[in-house]
Design a protein around this ligand. Structure first.
Ligand code: MN
Length: 252
């Protein structure tokens, strides 16, 4: 079983523009990370840390807090393919995670401990250093005990995302990042991404606007699903309702 089996099983790639999952090898202590702002049933922030060929993923229920005293709930979700890190677009309603996805931050992360990050994650305590546009400096991901999280029968684990008290912290300002509402990839708001329209007015339209529109259409074309060879059941025939009980609870 691939670590991306659950990811692939939850999605119908004939309908959703999201990429099909493949595991990508990578090397070095600097790993990629992305945060995708996702207007699903509830607006949330999908934090993804590249590790051993996939993106370890959490759905953070509110904007990451720069106040070390304000902890954010981060619900662990299935590993995502590294290709997902460039995805920005709209997942059709009715599909898993239906709604608009915006690339809210991206960059690299390093582990603050000398040990294996995979082991730190298994132990439920990972301290990372982000080098992104909006996420900077030290943060901790701490897994809650299942009995504390209130989801004893739910296989999903709840974590806390906490800003370390360093130079990048803003004590007393938990909502400091809430004003950041544009894509780090395209500059678009969620509404602009959702409309997918060339006639949308861009508040940050500048002299490079024409070039940017061409780039955007390239991005849109690139975001379309590529044909996937499947040994087993093709996506259109896959019983995507098979995982229905878990998927309705929190759209990741
Ligand atoms: Mn999501």
């Amino acid at each position: 079983m691939s670590r991306l089996s659950l990811y692939n099983r939850k999605r119908d790639f004939a309908v959703t523009p999201e990429p099909a999952g493949r595991i990508v090898k990578s090397a070095g202590p600097k790993r990629r990370f992305v945060i995708q702002r996702h207007a699903a049933t509830r607006l949330h922030y999908d934090l993804r840390l590249e590790l051993n060929g996939v993106y370890k993923s959490w759905a953070v229920t509110k904007v990451p807090s720069l106040d070390p005293a304000t902890k954010r709930l981060a619900v662990e979700v299935e590993d995502h393919p590294v290709e997902y890190g460039t995805f920005e677009g709209t997942i059709p309603q009715g599909e898993y995670g239906g709604g608009t996805v915006q690339l809210w931050d991206r960059g690299t992360w390093t582990s603050q401990s000398a040990g294996d990050p995979e082991r730190d994650l298994k132990r439920g305590n990972l301290k990372v250093c982000f080098d992104g546009k909006r996420m900077k400096g030290g943060w901790a991901l701490i897994r809650l005990r299942d009995k504390d999280s209130g989801f004893r029968r739910n296989p999903r684990h709840n974590w806390l995302l906490i800003k370390e008290n360093d130079e990048q912290a803003h004590p007393g300002e938990p909502e400091a990042l809430a004003s950041e509402v544009t894509s780090v990839k395209s500059g678009r708001t969620l509404e602009e991404i959702a409309s997918r329209s060339r006639s949308v007015w861009h508040s940050n339209r500048a002299e490079g606007a024409a070039t940017r529109e061409v780039e955007l259409s390239k991005e849109r074309a690139a975001a379309k699903p590529k044909p996937v060879s499947r040994k087993a059941t093709p996506a259109w025939a896959a019983p995507k309702k098979a995982v229905a009980p878990a998927k309705k609870k929190l759209r990741s």
